[in-house]
Design a protein around this ligand. Structure first.
Ligand code: FES
Length: 173
């Protein structure tokens, strides 16, 4: 990546369109923030790289349309995150709402949990990301920066421990 293309007026050059499309998922550290740039069906999306739930790396998450929203599914515990708004989605039954049949599950929003960023491209095929300037705390902020790296390591260690205990428990059965 050419050095002279780095931050221009709040925009961060992240690559050439064809390069990002071929890669499908590209990670960039922009002003100290780890951002995942996703190319999907002709569109670009940029979100914080680590899941708001426990810092899972979203890079290998599947992408699916869920409840009418394009989402990335965290590989760790399968949380669904909308790519456009950063909402966390969950499925639940709303038996009292008619005329749906009782207990028909549907998707609901937990609100915005993951910080999302704006992607723009020039006519010449350069792609830029403008980092979110929204002042409100988003849960994915917790896993960013140096402190976030420590928190991700702690979460990964806790996950390993959980898996180990589960395996031991199974071995005793
Ligand atoms: S870390 Fe992403 S779902 Fe738990």
């Amino acid at each position: 990546m050419a050095e002279e293309k780095q931050p221009i007026g709040g925009l961060h050059f992240v690559g050439r369109k064809e390069e990002l499309m071929a890669a499908k998922r590209s990670c960039r550290t922009l002003a100290g923030r780890d951002v995942l740039i996703i190319s999907h069906q002709g569109g670009f999306y940029a979100i914080d790289s680590y899941c708001y739930h426990a810092g899972g790396d979203l890079q290998s998450g599947d992408i699916e349309e869920i409840g009418g929203k394009l989402c990335i599914i965290c590989p760790n515990h399968k949380f669904k995150i909308s790519l456009v708004g950063g909402e966390g989605l969950y499925k639940a039954s709303a038996p009292r709402e008619e005329p749906r049949p009782p207990h028909a599950p549907q998707w609901f929003s937990k609100g915005v949990k993951q910080r999302v960023h704006v992607v723009t491209e020039t006519a010449g095929g350069d792609v830029y990301v403008r980092l979110s300037e929204e002042a409100r705390w988003r849960e994915s902020d917790f896993y960013q920066g140096e402190k976030g790296e420590e928190e991700r390591a702690k979460a990964a260690a806790a996950e390993e421990e959980k898996k180990k205990k589960k395996k031991e428990k199974k071995g005793k059965m």
